[in-house]
Design a protein around this ligand. Structure first.
Ligand code: FE
Length: 254
C-alpha cells in the first residue's frame, strides 16, 4: 500500500501514510502528515508497534521534511504510546489536551523532554506550521473527555480522530455511505458520549469549509456530499448516555 496524497500544492501537502498497523489484535490506525515549506506535523503517530515504520515513511517523504509538530488528539495508547520516541528523534513539540499532560508521561516520557509536551487549553488554539495556520478544535467527549480535532484550512481537511472511525473495513475511502454504516454505527453508539454533544459538534463544524473528513481509524470521507451526509448522520445519532440509562446496575453473579 502506498501513500495517499489528499492535497498538494507547491508549498503544502497532506499525506495519508501506508497502513503500518498490520495484523493482530491492535486496532487499525491511520497516520497522517501535513507538510508545509519543509516542516511536518504528524497526527496521532501511535505506539511502539508502528514507530519504526512511521518514522521510516515520514523520513522518505519528498524533501525529507522536518517533523516540528506532533498533534495528539487524545490520550489513548494507539495515539500517544510512542511519544517519548518521537520527542527523542525530533526537535518537535507534541500537543495534547491539558487534561492529559500529567498522564502521557506514564508511557515513559523522559524528564528532559517533558517541556516539549505542550498543553492544549480546553477551548482549542491555532498552530503555526511554517506559516500555515492550523486550527485545533475542541471535540471533548467525542470520545475522550480531553479531545481535539485538527482542521487544515489550506487543504480543507478536518482530521476527526475517533469520530468518523470505521472498524472492520479495509477501504481507505468511503464510496457509499449506506453500505458504510455497518462499520461505523456500533463504534459510535458505544464510544461517543451523547447525541447532545454530537449536535453541538456538528453545529460548530458546519461553519467550516470541509472537503475531506479524515478519521484516525478506517475509511475517510471525501467530497461535500459525503461530508454533509456524515454530519447529518451524526446530528441524529443516539449514542453513549442516550443508550445507557439502564447500564449502571450491579451485574448478577455468574
Ligand atoms: Fe481513542
Amino acid at each position: 500500500m502506498s501513500d495517499l496524497i489528499l492535497y498538494r500544492d507547491p508549498l503544502h501537502q497532506n499525506i495519508l501514510l501506508p497502513d503500518a498497523t498490520g495484523q493482530g489484535l491492535a486496532v487499525q490506525a491511520n497516520h497522517h502528515v501535513i507538510v508545509h515549506r519543509g516542516q511536518a506535523l504528524l497526527l496521532d503517530p501511535g505506539g511502539h508497534k508502528v514507530f519504526n515504520q512511521i518514522f521510516s515513511d515520514v523520513s522518505s517523504l519528498n524533501g525529507a521534511p522536518e517533523v516540528t509538530h506532533i498533534f495528539l488528539s487524545h490520550q489513548d495508547p494507539d495515539i500517544v504510546a510512542a511519544t517519548n520516541g518521537w520527542l527523542m528523534i525530533t526537535d518537535a513539540n507534541a500537543y495534547v489536551s491539558e487534561l492529559w499532560t500529567r498522564f502521557v508521561p506514564h508511557f515513559g516520557v523522559d524528564a528532559l523532554l517533558e517541556e516539549r509536551l505542550i498543553a492544549i487549553p480546553d477551548g482549542g488554539c491555532w498552530l503555526d506550521l511554517a506559516g500555515s495556520e492550523l486550527l485545533v478544535l475542541p471535540a471533548h467527549f467525542l470520545h475522550s473527555c480531553g479531545n481535539f480535532q485538527l482542521y487544515d484550512p489550506t487543504a480543507k481537511i478536518l482530521y476527526t480522530g475517533d469520530l468518523g472511525a470505521s472498524i472492520g473495513t479495509a477501504a481507505r475511502e468511503v464510496t457509499d455511505f449506506d453500505a458504510h454504516l455497518p462499520y461505523i454505527t456500533a463504534f459510535h453508539r458505544r464510544y461517543m458520549a451523547s447525541g447532545a454533544i454530537l449536535k453541538r459538534w456538528v453545529a460548530m463544524v458546519r461553519a467550516l469549509d470541509i472537503d475531506i473528513i479524515a478519521p484516525q481509524h478506517g475509511a475517510l470521507l471525501r467530497g461535500k456530499t459525503l461530508v454533509d451526509t456524515f454530519l447529518d448522520w451524526c446530528e441524529n445519532l443516539e449514542c453513549g448516555l442516550d443508550l445507557m440509562q439502564n447500564t449502571y446496575q450491579i451485574p448478577p453473579k455468574a
